[in-house]
Design a protein around this ligand. Structure first.
Ligand code: NAP
Length: 305
């Protein structure tokens, strides 16, 4: 695949934070012939993107998208409308518009409303870290990770195939899914785990006065792994919860019921219920490692210098 012509000769990236800069780096590595242009609303980020040589960085979005064959919105979910409206009057003909937003129903609606005549193929690379900004990105971020495309039913297959080819060349595995289904699946696998991490770390920090520094001192007991997730970008995650509200509330309802069952089992000394659940969840961890979606090495394969 790598030797044939890339699916797009020129890609414009709007928003060069963690994901946008990783896409730029990955294109440079895997499709060096592709022209990369970019815009970010932050002066500081644009300056840094130039220093990092992430592509041709422009001071206005219209300059950045001129001549592009694909426009990729890599801005927080809540900024999609504003970012799309900024290019509504200068959209090149035949361009494919895509995005990397973590929720899909709301983002697709925002893009459709802002750019009613555009060809839109929404995407979500299920890959990331708790860091943000252009320095946090890296070229291998998408290697072996899933990228979920959520085109509308009946959408021209050729457009979807080009976007799919694009992500596969960056090292991702592509899956096509209904946007509503995507939002439910990601509520379970990503959004609720983040909400739980934010809650636990918040509660622990509230209790820090009582425990006198011991939460931090003994954090290796499990707390530390939650703090990694709870360090994720506040803007991005605020927007995810506001834009995937229905699915998150549905799954949260179910989670709350399950938590109440555990509470009951603990209260009544029902060890069997606890043991059965813990045995089942350990098997889930094993399947994730078997499918290559995490590392079985101690400490999740973290490198300690
Ligand atoms: P990020 O590192 O904060 O980067 C976003 C960049 O977009 C920032 O530089 C921001 O500038 C800029 N921006 C905001 N509004 C803009 C606008 N209207 N026009 C142009 N640029 C604008 O965030 P990220 O982690 O890359 O996330 C970007 C998108 O990827 C989000 O939609 C997120 O849901 C999705 N995503 C994230 C992950 C993850 O793990 N992080 C994984 C998959 C998908 P300011 O800093 O000045 O606001």
């Amino acid at each position: 695949v790598a030797d044939s012509d890339p699916p797009f000769a020129s890609v414009a990236i709007i928003g060069v934070g963690l994901i946008g800069s990783s896409v730029a780096r990955a294109i440079r590595e895997h499709m060096p012939k592709v022209r990369i242009t970019a815009y970010d609303s932050s002066d500081t980020v644009r300056a840094r993107a130039r220093e990092l040589e992430l592509g041709e960085i422009f001071d206005t979005p219209c300059e950045a998208i001129a001549g592009a064959e694909m426009i990729l919105f890599c801005v927080p979910v809540g900024a999609m409308t504003e970012a799309a409206l900024a290019i509504a009057d200068c959209l090149p003909k035949k361009v494919i518009v895509s995005d990397v937003g973590s929720s899909k129903v709301a983002v697709a609606k925002a893009l459709r409303e802002a750019l009613p005549d555009a060809t839109i193929v929404p995407a979500h690379p299920v890959a990331g870290t708790e860091n943000s900004g252009p320095d946090a990105g890296f070229a291998t971020l998408f290697h072996g990770r899933w990228c979920i495309l959520t085109p509308r039913e009946g959408y021209a297959k050729a457009n979807v195939a080009r976007v799919s080819d694009f992500w596969e060349r960056l090292g991702a595995k592509v899956e096509i899914m209904d946007a509503l289904h995507h939002d439910l699946v990601l509520a379970v696998t990503s959004h609720i785990p983040h909400l739980i991490a934010y809650t636990i770390v918040g509660t622990a920090s509230d209790l820090e006065g009582v425990t006198q520094g011991e939460v931090i001192k003994y954090s290796a007991g499990g707390f530390r792994d939650f703090t990694r997730i709870a360090a994720s970008d506040p803007t991005m995650w605020r927007d995810v919860f506001l834009n995937n509200r229905e699915a998150v509330l549905d799954v949260l309802q179910r989670f709350t019921e399950d938590l109440a069952l555990l509470q009951r089992a603990i209260r009544w000394g029902d060890g069997d219920t606890l043991f059965e659940l813990f045995a089942r969840t350990r098997a889930v961890r094993r399947s994730i490692i078997e499918q290559g979606q995490d590392d079985a090495r101690p400490d999740f394969g973290r490198v300690h210098e």
